[in-house]
Design a protein around this ligand. Sequence first.
Ligand code: C2E
Ligand code: MG
Ligand code: MG
Ligand code: MG
Length: 292
Amino acid sequence: RGRAEQYRPEMRTGLEATETTQARRHMERALRTAIENGALAVHYQPVVELPSGRITGVEALARWNDPVLGNVPPDQFIPLAETTGLILDLGEWVLRAACHQAARHTSGVQRDLTVSVNVSPVQLAQPGFVDVVMGALADSGLPARRLCVEVTETAAISNLAETTARLCELRRRGVQIALDDFGTGHSSLTMLRGLPLSIVKIDRSFVAKVTRSAQDAVLVRLVIETAHTLGLRVCAEGIEDAEQAQQLVAMGCDLAQGWYFGMPEPAFERSSATTMAVSRVRGALVRGRSSV
Ligand code: C2E
Ligand code: MG
Ligand code: MG
Ligand code: MG
C-alpha cells in the first residue's frame, strides 16, 4: 500500500513464533478434549527379573492418538500437560486405568504383577496426592504392594521435604517407589539416600552405551553396587539387544525393561505373549552370564 519495507530475518522468526504458539494452543485444546472424552490410552511394557527373564511387572505408558494430530509422543504431550495443569487429570486417569487393569489380572502368568505408573512433579506437589493414589487403589481393589510410583530426580528435587513426606506416607501404606531415569538429573546420591525408594531405574542413555563404552560400564556398575549397598533393587531401562542384557546380568542388575524383552503393548493380556518371547531369550541370558 504505497510503502516498502526491507526484509529482516526477525520478521520470519516472529511469524514462526506466532505459528508455533497457534500450534501449541491447538494441541492444548485437543489434549483437553482427549482427556475429557477418555480418548487417551495406556500401553504396558513388561518389566522382567534378571537373570530368569520372568515377568514381574509392567510399566504403564500414556498414549495419545488424536484424529487430527495423529500419534503424539509422550515427550511432547506430557510437558504440555505439565505447563497447562492438564497433567493432574491426565495423571489421575492413567493411574486409575492402570490400577483397574492390574486388579483384573489375578490369575495365570500375570498373577501378582506390579504396575508402575509415572508421576509428574506437578502431581507430587499437590497436597492431595496421597489421597488420589489411595483412592485409585481403593476403587480398583488393587493391593498397595502391587503399585509402584515412578518419580524422576527433577520431581524429587523441587520441594524435597514435602515430596519426601508424601512418598514416605505412600511407602508406609505399602506402595513401592521407583526413582526413574537415574543419572540424568542432579544430586543423584542425595536422592538415593533421602527418598523412601524400593527401586532405582538406570536411564537408558547409560544402558545404550554399556557394551561399547568402558566409562558407561563403570558408571552402571557403580550405580548397581551403590543401590545394593543401600538395600535397593536396580532396573535397567531400554535394553535393546542380547549383549546389553548379558552385560547387565553379569553386573548383577535385578530387573530389566526394553524392546529386547517386550514393546509397550495396548493390553495387559499381551504380557503373556511376551512371557513366551522372554523364555526364548533365557538361554541367551544364562550363556551370557557364564561368558562375561
Ligand atoms: P520413562 O518413564 O522413562 O518410560 C520409558 C520410555 O522408554 C518409554 O517411552 C518407552 O516406550 C521407552 N522404551 C522402552 N524400552 C525402550 C527401548 O528398548 N529402547 C528405546 N529407545 N526406548 C524404550 P515413551 O512411552 O515414549 O514415554 C516417554 C516418557 O514420557 C516416559 O519415560 C515418561 O517419563 C513420560 N510418560 C509416559 N507416560 C506418562 C504418564 O502417564 N505420566 C507421566 N507423568 N509421564 C509419562
Ligand atoms: Mg518410567
Ligand atoms: Mg518417567
Ligand atoms: Mg525412564
